[in-house]
Write a protein that binds this ligand. Structure first.
Ligand code: BGC
Length: 705
């Protein structure tokens, strides 16, 4: 210890990192800021020495006890596996967000972080929190919906969970990587106030609550400049305004310069084999040429080391591999899937009776497994995929385009839930055959799928492969038709009013089918609420056409007519009725809300009561929205409470509004300003179902950025 004073665990992380940097040579510091692809890379036959074969690898410095950084994707479990043995796949981020359950998000993060740690990783590329602005974005499933408060709170919780394992988590992709089309070239055009009040606020809340060690910059440009070399974004907002003391890493292939990017705030070049050239290798020459201060290199190294100290990764330099309690972890995945299922419609078919005699089960893969989202977050499940469809070519990005089904069979799960039922399975390829099966059975269950993936957006929100026609025909044949949506996000539903029930299960993860069966048969209560709006049609979106879809090559700009008002706020502002509003979700019981009381002063608090007035247990999600702010009509979620209530039970909830959401961001201040005046809040079961309101006077306040 005496010759390694930074190993004194009683010192704060910042001080330990400072002591260590002082002992490092320039070459050693450069080692830390140059990241590599951790797996086989283009033109490379072997793994880098010591790499586990995953997304990223940064060699350590053995002399000083600095471990290699072994980086793995992502928010839904350990992806890109080196050992082929599998890992536990959580349901998609949208399912987690739909739980509106912070403790569950933390538990899920803890579970995937524990697997990362057990497999020898110490950096997890998790924490995806880009707001859903573009419902066609292929990556929405990885993220946490359209509201900055909900997404930020859930991201923070999940990151806390990951990092409780001695594993550094990122938060990503900073910022406005809202679509995949043109992600490497597009420029997101937005004004500062709108950005601060929306996407930046989601990151700000996620960082405050989760304290991630790293931020991953986005591929795209923001107002003209690449996010990975955006001085205002990285130096001013993140590091200065928010006081972030960890490091910024680039996305893979998203670094565009050496000294320029590092001066703008980028601390580590990731997977540099994917960049046009290994830019950060030029930093040494730039220092010699007097173009780059050595002090900034020290800062970069310190920023990378601080979180390694903070989470404990420096104190266990040899990654410890250990056994993973698979059943317990699969149980977490199943509970998350159950909590994330959103019952959109139920005209009485659900819950199903276990003594049901016959079921028509219809869906292309409903006998095999549940669909997963594609791309870098894709988790190889224990035992391998139930089905995998590969694209014809195998270029670097084509591996993101593999369609995969996890081995959790709806057919088997339904049969286990209703052992005496005759289940007639058909793929639905022949619509007549499906309709005949539906006619012959008590209930028809259709598993409808929409595949989305990183790298590609969907061209529109309708279900592919004639599934709309299939559903309409089955609904015409059986009044008890239940549609289970396994999708990357919102879809349109021309058949909505013809079916009896609709359950949004997102990509439900390793135990997805078991979770769906538990909800359908009422062994688990549906308690999920939409974390995003389901639009009635693309015509109602701020950008009715997918930006850049006709741009064959080259750069383009994306404007956001909604400004800060992503999702439901846009629909409210424009008086457009969605298909299903943000926050919507039914239960098998009913709730009454009462006694909404608002307390003013310089902050806003509210209390309310919820009573379960139905016959079954269930969870109420009381949502409090700001509907008027000092004379301005608005609609903004300011808090919620998820209350698990037995039949007849009443509970009281209290929420404290984040003062930033009460006001507006004023770049001239600079900071947040809530004007003095009357503020009206409303309590409801969704953004479209506000039931009680209360007014309160606020004295007004300003807050720093
Ligand atoms: C994705 C990141 C991911 C990285 C490493 C990129 O394509 O955008 O989210 O962490 O790859 O796999």
């Amino acid at each position: 210890m005496t010759n390694k004073p930074w190993m004194d665990q009683s010192l704060p992380a910042l001080e330990r990192a400072g002591l260590l940097v002082a002992a490092m040579t320039r070459g050693e510091k450069l080692t830390l800021v140059n990241g590599h692809i951790g797996a086989k890379a283009p033109g490379r036959t072997a793994l880098p020495d010591g790499a586990l074969g995953s997304a990223g690898y940064v060699p350590g410095v053995a002399r000083l006890g600095i471990p290699a950084q072994q980086e793995t994707d992502a928010s839904l479990g350990v992806a890109n596996l080196h050992d082929g043995e599998g890992a536990t796949a959580l349901p998609s981020g949208l399912a987690l967000a739909a739980s509106w359950d912070e403790a569950l998000a933390e538990e899920a993060g803890r579970m995937i972080g524990a697997e990362a740690h057990a497999k020898g990783f110490n950096v997890m590329l998790a924490g995806g929190v880009n707001l859903t602005r573009e419902p066609r974005c292929g990556r929405n499933f990885e993220y946490l919906g359209e509201d900055p408060l909900l997404a930020g709170v859930m991201a923070g919780a999940s990151i806390r969970g990951v990092q409780s394992n001695g594993v550094v988590s990122t938060i990503k992709h900073f910022i406005l990587n809202a679509q995949e089309t043109g992600r490497m070239v597009l420029s997101a055009e937005i004004d500062e106030a709108a950005l601060r009040e929306s996407d930046l606020l989601a990151f700000q809340i996620g960082i405050e609550r989760g304290a991630p060690g790293a931020v991953m910059s986005a591929y795209n440009r923001l107002n003209g400049a690449y996010c990975g070399e955006h001085d205002w974004l990285l130096n001013t907002v993140l590091k200065s305004d928010w006081g972030f003391d960890g490091y910024v890493m680039s996305d893979w292939g998203g670094c565009h310069s050496g000294a320029k990017a590092a001066l703008a705030g980028l601390d580590q070049e990731s997977g540099q084999e994917l960049d046009r050239e290994p830019f950060f290798r030029t930093l040494s020459d730039a220092i010699d040429a007097g173009e780059f201060p050595e002090a900034r290199l020290d800062d970069m190294a310190r920023r990378i080391l601080v979180p390694l100290f903070r989470v404990g990764a420096m104190d266990a330099p040899e990654p410890k591999t250990s056994d993973i309690p698979r059943d317990a972890h699969l149980d977490v995945a199943q509970r998350a899937a159950e909590a994330g299922c959103v019952l959109l419609r139920n005209e009485g078919a659900l819950p199903l009776d276990r003594k049901i005699s016959s079921i028509a089960l219809i869906g292309a893969n409903a006998n095999l497994g549940v669909l997963a989202g594609g791309g870098s977050s894709s988790v190889v499940p224990w035992g391998g995929y139930a089905r995998e469809v590969r694209p014809p070519s195998e270029t670097v990005w084509a591996k993101y385009l593999r369609q995969r089904w996890l081995p959790s069979s709806p057919l088997a799960a339904l049969q286990a839930a209703a052992p005496n039922a005759q289940i007639q399975f058909c793929t639905g390829e022949t619509i007549d055959e499906a309709a005949r099966a539906a006619t012959a059975c008590e209930v028809a269950i259709i598993i409808a799928e929409q595949w989305t993936t990183e790298f590609l957006d969907v061209s529109d929100l309708s279900l592919s492969d004639n599934q709309d026609a299939l559903i309409a025909a089955v609904a015409a044949a059986n009044r008890n038709t239940v549609v289970v949506l396994i999708t990357g996000g919102a879809v349109t539903m021309p058949w909505r009013d013809q079916v009896n029930a609709i359950l949004a299960a997102w990509y439900p993860g390793a135990r997805g089918a078991e979770a769906i069966a538990a909800i359908l048969f009422g062994r688990a209560e549906p308690s999920g609420r939409l974390p995003l709006t389901f639009p009635a049609s693309e015509a109602d979106l701020p950008n009715p056409d997918l930006p850049g879809k006709d741009v064959a090559k080259g750069r383009f700009d994306v404007a956001y007519p909604e400004g800060a008002d992503a999702g439901y706020r846009w629909f409210a502002r424009e008086n457009r009725a969605p298909l299903y509003p943000f926050g919507h979700g039914l239960s098998y019981t009913d709730f009454d809300f009462a006694e909404l009381t608002a307390f003013g002063g310089d902050r806003l608090r509210a209390t309310f009561k919820a009573t379960n007035t139905g016959a079954r247990r269930g969870a109420a999600v009381g949502q409090v929205y700001l509907v008027e702010a000092a004379g301005e009509r608005v609609l903004r979620l300011i808090g919620w409470a998820k209350l698990d209530l037995a039949s007849g039970e009443t509970a009281t909830a209290e929420i404290a509004a984040d003062p930033r959401i009460l006001g507006r961001y004023d770049p001239a201040l600079p900071g947040w300003r809530a004007a003095p005046g009357f503020y009206r809040i409303a309590l409801g079961a969704s953004a479209g179902d506000l039931r009680l309101s209360a007014s309160v006077h606020l004295t007004g306040l300003t807050l720093p950025p």
